[in-house]
Design a protein around this ligand. Structure first.
Ligand code: ADP
Ligand code: MG
Length: 509
């Protein structure tokens, strides 16, 4: 077992105290990312999800005699995109290998993968999460990322009393991304998985659909006493397809391993499955070692050659990456790192934020950016959450939000009225960037900034509340706020609050 190569000490919260002893948790993740290509890794069959069983498996996927695999150029390009985005090395010449094992959903008797020379090596991901109210930032090193094909699927449910095999998924391109054993808590592992998920979706190499299995994590977990240099024996928990399951499975596994050692036993290296219904992991099989798979280079496939020119072309087509955008939001718009992180958690929300700013025009400064960030992160996010829709499907387009924000800034409406308008635009979507303006006019929501009109309202309010006036004059500041409230109410929220303040003070002086 190797020495720990982790650079940073674990956060205090990552230490597990049990029966007077302090344990350190060690986690490495292997993530299978399904690549968003139209056809399979080594055949021309479609990868579309949800087709009738066995309608999307061609002779190559069925492993009929005499067929030859051909590597999918688009899948290779996805791997290059990923490698460049995480600062890894792209191998100029990598090798496809056969990983041999027997399973009903694998008709060839082997899976084509990469073993000794993967297409992507090294690199890493900066991650951030909150630990008891404080922001923690870490860097998780990647060991490698390799291309491989997926297997088929066994259908156990209701198949005339038999188990059926659906080979639609067999041959689907996957990028398996492997980390160093750098993570120290379930929370940290989830932060890594979320960051990786956002990145592969951002890069457009994966649709990110976890229910459909497009992003699945295997968690390798071990524990050791704090201060111990050697890594403990690990278990691997397979196929975790939600962030919640990932966190719970690791937490359960950590407790299980510590209990086991505490009771005088020892952890056996094995593959385990997480059962969400029982919230526990259980043994699936003893862990194979690499030699059990009898890896060897696939004689049907030439080495995968990636020229520097190809890498440059892919680099030129990369979008601005989340990290770069985050830094730009901080330097260009003076946003806090929390705001910048939140906005860049998905490409959709970052794009929406920028579309609002673009609509506000080049004169929009840091104050407009902050106001926009708040709208996107608070009001819009809450509405999206409530309806469980993505920001791309928002019924209020960026241009309309920009108009709302402009109308607050130029004093036409108050923030409170703006929120009401946003709710209206959300529930009854309308076309055109000027939809907020039309609503302001048709509902007569224009803020009353005409001092003559305001003074009239103020006089009425003062006449109706002599007691508050008296209280204010005898030194009770609270009475002033009460009077402001009455004026706002009398104007049905349309009075300009700052102006009400000024006029009222002058009137009472
Ligand atoms: P395998 O060949 O069995 O898949 P690897 O050496 O490729 O094993 O490691 C798989 C994953 O397990 C990697 O993410 C690695 O960081 C992690 N890992 C290795 N040893 C440990 C350990 N003792 N505790 C936790 N994770 C580990
Ligand atoms: Mg592995």
């Amino acid at each position: 077992m190797s020495e720990t190569r982790t650079s940073a000490a674990p956060a205090a919260a990552a230490i597990v105290r049990r029966a007077g002893r302090d344990w350190e948790v060690v986690i490495g993740l292997e993530t299978h990312v399904q690549l968003a290509t139209a056809s399979k890794m080594f055949s021309g069959a479609s990868t579309a999800f949800g087709a009738e069983p066995n309608t999307q498996a061609c002779a190559v996927d069925l492993a009929l005699p005499g067929v030859l695999p051909v590597a999918n150029r688009a899948a290779v390009e996805c791997a290059i995109r990923f490698g460049l985005a995480v600062g890894a090395d792209i191998a100029p010449r990598s090798v496809f290998a056969r990983k041999n094992y027997f399973y009903p959903d694998l008709p060839k008797g082997y899976q084509i993968s990469q073993y000794e020379i993967p297409v992507v090596a090294g690199g890493g991901l900066a991650i951030a999460w909150e630990e008891s109210g404080e922001g923690v930032e870490r860097f998780v090193r990647l060991t490698r990322a390799h291309l491989e094909e997926d297997a088929g699927k066994s259908l156990h449910e209701d198949f005339h009393g038999f188990t059926g095999i659906d080979l639609n998924r067999s041959g689907t391109p996957l990028l398996e991304i492997v980390t160093e054993p750098d993570m120290r808590s379930a929370r940290e592992a989830v932060a890594y998985a979320r960051t990786l998920h956002a990145l592969v979706v951002w890069l457009g190499i994966c649709d990110g659909n976890m229910q459909e299995g497009s992003f699945r994590c295997d968690a390798n977990v071990s524990v050791r006493l704090q201060g111990e240099a050697r890594l403990g024996t690990r278990c691997e928990i397979k196929n975790l397809n939600s962030f919640r399951f990932l966190e719970r499975a690791i937490d359960f596994e950590v407790r299980r391993q510590i209990d086991l050692i505490d009771e005088g036993g020892s952890v056996v290296q094995e593959t385990r499955l997480y059962d969400p219904d029982l919230d526990e992991t259980r043994s699936m099989r003893s862990k194979e070692d690499a030699h059990d798979y009898r890896y060897f280079p696939d004689p049907d496939l030439p080495p995968l050659v990636i020229t520097p020119g190809w890498v440059d072309a892919v680099r030129a087509g990369l979008p601005e990456l989340p990290q770069a955008r985050r830094d730009r939001y901080i330097s260009e718009y003076s946003l806090s790192s929390y705001d910048a992180n939140t906005l860049t958690a998905s490409r959709g929300s970052a794009d929406y934020f920028e579309a609002v700013l673009a609509a506000l025009g080049p004169s929009a400064g840091a104050a407009s950016a902050k106001a926009t960030a708040n709208w996107v992160m608070v009001d819009l996010a809450a509405a999206l959450n409530r309806e469980a829709i993505t920001i791309e499907a928002s019924p209020v387009p960026a241009a309309q939000l920009a108009t709302l924000i402009r109308r607050i800034e130029d004093g036409t409406i108050s923030g409170k009225i703006a929120r009401e308008l946003f709710a209206s635009l959300w529930s009854e979507p309308q076309a055109g960037a000027d939809a907020p303006d039309r609503l302001i006019e048709s509902r007569g929501l224009r803020q009353i900034s005409d001092s003559g009109a305001l003074e009239k309202i103020i006089d009425d309010v003062l006449a109706a509340h002599p007691k508050s006036v008296e209280e204010f004059r005898s030194g009770k500041d609270k009475a002033f706020n009460a009077l402001v409230g009455q004026v706002m109410k009398a104007s049905r929220g349309k009075a300009n609050p700052q102006q009400v303040n000024d006029l009222l003070r002058a009137r009472l002086a």
